[in-house]
Structures are given as structure tokens and as C-alpha cells.
Design a protein around this ligand. Structure first.
Ligand SMILES: [Fe+2]
Ligand SMILES: [Fe+2]
Length: 182
């Protein structure tokens, strides 16, 4: 059994002090949960997807060079997190771990991570954040190389491809998810 949501959130807060990184982790967790619900997954699976989203950047603050291997190899296993979650965390950064996203949870985590960060950058520039955000304006910002330039556009494209979704539909879905945020 994976630790419950409260324990996972305590763990997140223990390892991550930055409010913005905590927020990013919460957003990816929300996106993963909503995706699992959308795919008609069972309660336990929904929890796993949420947890993988919440903890995917757990070691980023303390071990930026080893991320995410420190979390996958040392921090998470003794706490009882499933191999499924460990593999998902591992494969959200294939360029660092050599593990490409393959299973459904792995592909969705990859597909939610960078786009969530990017959409948050877009939301921060808007008076109403996600509330009245349009797919079109997100796509326009994606084309603007200088905007949130550290977010790799190719990973965003690859993510949508991995889950077999049109990128615009994926963004639309996530606007619906993040709307409840702020
Ligand atoms: Fe990461
Ligand atoms: Fe991330």
C-alpha cells in the first residue's frame, strides 16, 4: 500500500520549501488525478496517479544534480511507495535516468509535467489566471521562444503525442483542471 495523501503531502513539505515548486507539484498531482478520473480508473489507481504527480520533483530542491534518482533510489522506496510510482517518477526525466515513459501512468506524468509549468507561467501573466484562459493564447505563448524559455517545447509536444491527444485538447482539459486553483 502506498502512503496516503496526507503522508505524501507531509513528505513533499519536508523536502520542498519553495512555495512555487510546491505549487507545481500540486498542479501536476491535480492533472494526474483528473486524467485518471477521465480514464475511468478505480479509486486506488486515482490515488497512485495523484501521488506520482505530487512527488515527481521531490528531490529537486536538495539534489538538483541527482534529480530524480535520489528520490527513486533512496527517499521513496523505504517509505513503501509502489514500483509503479517509482517508475513513473523515474521516467518523467528520461534524459537524466535513461528510462523512457512507457506505461499509461508514466506517459501521463510526462505529458502533464512541463505543460503544467508552462501554463502556470501563462496564468501568472493574466489578471484572472486560469479562469478565462484560452487554448489559443497558450499556443501563442508556446510559439514565443522568449516566453518561459526554460520550458522545453519539444517535451510538451512529445507528451501530448505519448498520450495520443491533440495538444490543444490536452491544454483545454488542463485549463478545466487548473481553473479551480486560483
Ligand atoms: Fe523533474
Ligand atoms: Fe516537474
Amino acid at each position: 500500500m502506498n502512503p496516503d495523501r496526507e503522508n505524501s503531502r507531509d513528505l513533499l513539505h519536508k523536502w520542498i520549501q519553495s512555495e512555487s515548486l510546491r505549487q507545481h507539484c500540486e498542479m501536476v498531482a491535480m492533472a494526474m488525478e483528473a486524467s485518471a478520473v477521465d480514464l475511468n480508473k478505480s479509486g486506488e489507481t486515482i490515488d497512485s496517479w495523484w501521488t506520482a504527480g505530487l512527488l515527481h520533483d521531490l528531490d529537486w530542491e536538495s539534489f538538483p544534480d541527482e534529480h530524480p534518482r535520489k528520490a527513486v533510489e533512496e527517499i521513496l522506496p523505504p517509505l513503501g511507495y509502489s514500483q509503479e510510482i517509482l517508475d513513473a517518477v523515474k521516467s518523467h526525466a528520461p534524459e537524466r535516468t535513461g528510462k523512457e515513459p512507457e506505461t499509461e501512468i508514466e506517459r501521463y506524468l510526462f505529458a502533464c509535467d512541463e505543460i503544467a509549468g508552462f501554463m502556470n507561467a501563462v496564468a501568472l501573466m493574466r489578471p484572472n489566471g486560469f479562469k478565462d484562459m484560452k487554448v489559443k493564447s497558450v499556443r501563442k505563448k508556446l510559439k514565443d521562444k522568449r516566453f518561459a524559455e526554460n520550458v522545453p517545447r519539444e517535451d510538451i509536444m512529445k507528451g501530448a503525442e505519448l498520450i495520443g491527444k491533440d495538444l490543444s485538447d490536452h491544454i483545454e482539459f488542463l485549463i478545466g483542471v487548473f481553473k479551480n486553483l486560483k
